[in-house]
Ligand binder design. Structure first.
Ligand code: PBE
Length: 298
């Protein structure tokens, strides 16, 4: 009797495991609640990213936690690879998404509407430098102050890197192909002779692209640039304490807003380097019934 029971238990456990795998690997089914199909999980990126904090707020503000929705922390690389696999099999998935990013170039994705405006409207990416940079390194300061480009230009570099190109080489190629643009940043700027300059960044694809381009432009002016990837809070602290000279990775007003609030008085904001960035939740376009964050409750 006992043996029979344990075989039964084993079989039902097996069944549960198999059916769980089954739902996880199934194609998107518009007739079933989405949450059930993806274990109420939003696929996220690194813990400190602004988009992760905004998504926690979205889960609260849209009362998604009443439905047990949760945000999974991973990394940009893990998120995009999970996304790619899901899309290959037309499976359902919800990710933390943003532009500029090659995910929107490579895949057919849509942002979910955000009627409560938790993610804010369009974002701009800003340049921050340490106090005193203008006096110490006027040439670098001028270039950092002038540096600005479009989402398309940034995407050029990002796509090259995504296709396997080394970021520094991708930046050099972009500089070679865009002399007029680069000239706008460097025109009349005095060259230097091997002065060291340090830029910090977070290894998001967008910032890998922008930071490498700025570093290479500075190299062409005679600087010896180093770029150092770190987490978001240390990046802000590095500029505020003067441990690093500058960064081009401040997504404002919303995404990096809490960091800017903390470090505002100890850094110099050189303004916008890219206009019209956007942050939110995104899904593949084949998820026809899912168009708003509210739809996650359906
Ligand atoms: N991002 C990309 C970052 C800024 C750049 C949207 C992932 C974030 O803090 O969320």
């Amino acid at each position: 009797m006992r043996k029979k029971l344990s075989i039964l238990a084993l079989l039902s456990a097996l069944f549960l495991i198999l059916s769980a795998c089954g739902t996880e690997l199934a194609e998107y089914d518009p007739d079933k609640p989405l949450g059930e199909q993806i274990n109420y999980t939003i696929t996220g990126i690194d813990a400190g990213a602004g988009i992760m904090l905004s998504t926690q707020n979205a889960i609260k503000d849209y009362k998604l936690d009443d439905y047990n929705w949760q945000l999974q922390t991973s990394s940009t690389a893990a998120m995009t690879s999970t996304l790619e696999k899901a899309i290959k099999d037309k499976r359902p998935i919800v990710v933390t998404g943003w532009t500029p990013h090659w995910m929107f170039t490579k895949f057919d994705l849509k942002f979910l509407k955000d009627p409560k405006n938790v993610y804010g409207d369009a974002e701009n990416i800003n340049t921050m430098v340490r106090k005193g940079l203008k006096k110490d390194m006027p040439s670098a300061y001028t270039v950092l102050d002038r540096f600005n480009w479009t989402a398309e230009e940034m995407s050029d570099v990002m796509l090259q890197v995504n296709n396997g190109e080394d970021p520094e080489k991708a930046a050099r190629k972009w500089i070679k192909d865009n002399p007029d643009k680069v000239k706008k940043w460097t025109d009349g700027v005095e060259k230097v002779h091997g002065d060291k300059i340090k830029l910090t960044y977070v290894a998001w694809d967008s910032e890998i692209a922008s930071t490498n381009v700025v570093a290479e432009v500075l190299r062409d002016l005679g600087y010896k640039p180093t770029i150092q990837a770190m987490e978001i809070q240390p990046m802000w602290a590095s500029i505020a304490t003067g441990a690093a000279d500058g960064m081009v990775a401040a997504w404002l007003p919303n995404t990096s807003g809490i960091y800017y609030k903390d470090y505002k008085k100890d850094v110099e904001n050189l303004g916008v380097n890219l206009k019209g960035a956007k942050v939110g939740l995104a899904v593949p376009t084949y998820m026809k019934n899912i168009n708003s964050i509210e739809d996650l409750k359906k």
